[in-house]
Design a protein around this ligand. Sequence first.
Ligand code: IDP
Ligand code: MG
Length: 149
Amino acid sequence: MERTLVLIKPDGVQRGLVGEILGRFERRGLHLVGLKLLAVDRARAERHYAEHRERPFFEAVIEFISSSPVVAMVWEGPSVTALVRSMMGPTNPAGAAPGTIRGDFGVDIGQNVIHGSDSPGRAEEEIGLFFSSEELVSWERAGTSWIYP
Ligand code: IDP
Ligand code: MG
């Protein structure tokens, strides 16, 4: 079963949106297997955003993600990476539809509330960057068979 990494970014945590965002994934029927609040240091931030190293916004995104705690989550489900990305909305909240997380809570492309892995392969790498294997819990959630087989 596919897993993906979600971060509620510093703006989402500071604005008290953790419960709201986590609740959306729960209500969608996704399965939570990892959850923690943590401060992201510069080294981890640089590894997480390594693909953007040459981009003009790289320094800003590193400073922002390490400016205040994030909530890191691992969600499991069929096609969960694409499903989470569709719930997040596009990178720039200005073009995000209402009903998406960025479309409901974001205004600025930098302070866009949430991160989600962009492919299942990246998800595996990002999960490894944020969670040890002992921190990921295999468990049965009552009623999952009524959400997917
Ligand atoms: P994503 O978060 O939707 O996957 P990416 O292109 O991977 O978007 O960019 C990573 C993060 O870098 C974005 O979420 C956003 O916070 C920031 N970012 C991306 N493009 C820009 C930009 O043009 N200006 C400022 N920040 C940006
Ligand atoms: Mg990305």
